[in-house]
Design a binder for this molecule. Sequence first.
Ligand code: ADE
Length: 249
Amino acid sequence: MSIASNQSVKNIDVISVLPEMFKSLHFGVLGRALKNDLLRLTCWDARDYSVDKHRTVDDKPYGGGPGMVMMAKPLRKAIQHIQTQRDKPNWVVYLSPQGALLKQPGVVRLKEKLSTHNLVLLCGRYEGIDERLIESLVDEECSIGDYVLSGGEFAAMVLIDAMARLLPGVLGDETSAVDESFSRGLLEYPQYTRPENDEGARVPEVLLSGDHQAIARWRSRMALQRTLAKRPDLLGTAQLSAEEKKIDS
Ligand code: ADE
């Protein structure tokens, strides 16, 4: 089977006017995943799909107002060109403050989409993208938070990092993505490492006990306590065990 038709290849294509920004992803855990071909990331320069010699991708908004709007045509050409390079259908995500707020279940859902689709992350700049492009070719809009960034690039990088670390083989320890904050809708329990005594502050005794059941119970209680103290809003939707429900009430 050729590499191109290998269904297990996971492709992310990014369309941006600043594709160079994505070089920072080639480090650490994500860098290793890309090097080991667990994920393929291709960044496309929107200006390469411009239709004039100045490589223009934006124009003034109809109706007046400040700033510039990204034109539909170059972005459409880029999306269509990417589709010709891929076996799986495109799933186009437009990073925008108007999108649905990204949370861990959304990251998991988009990571799973990578098995059946080619994920195209469309990064807007300026005052946004011509609405007709969004209506015709965007499958979903995604926001990483209720604040406005100067473009979708950082949001796309956040999404790529959050998805990549859930892919099999990306994290060294297969369990580490399961145990952590948000995997069940709770914050993570506190962690300690050597020394046992750091300037008088001691590691909780139970973690030195070797009693794995007691450690698991303690961690579960601490995760719950922390969530209650720092993010009580999460408790409404967290998946609690029968034991945890008793502690919570
Ligand atoms: N582009 C600008 N602001 C953004 C945000 N908060 N999330 C996603 N994309 C954006």
